[in-house]
Ligand binder design. Structure first.
Ligand SMILES: [Zn+2]
Length: 46
């Protein structure tokens, strides 16, 4: 769940990502503020 660019915790994508461990990592590393990288091929739904 860490950003590969800044090694900080990436923003949660869903409520399931808001875990206690994740919250702890944010306090340790901070929250990623990078722009989301383009993900080609990730737009397909089915
Ligand atoms: Zn980042």
């Amino acid at each position: 769940m860490l950003c590969l660019s800044c090694n900080r915790v990436r923003p949660a994508l869903s409520r399931d990502d808001y875990t206690a461990e994740r919250a702890r990592l944010i306090t340790l590393h901070g929250l990623c503020v990078c722009k989301p990288p383009p993900r080609p091929g990730d737009t397909r739904r089915s």
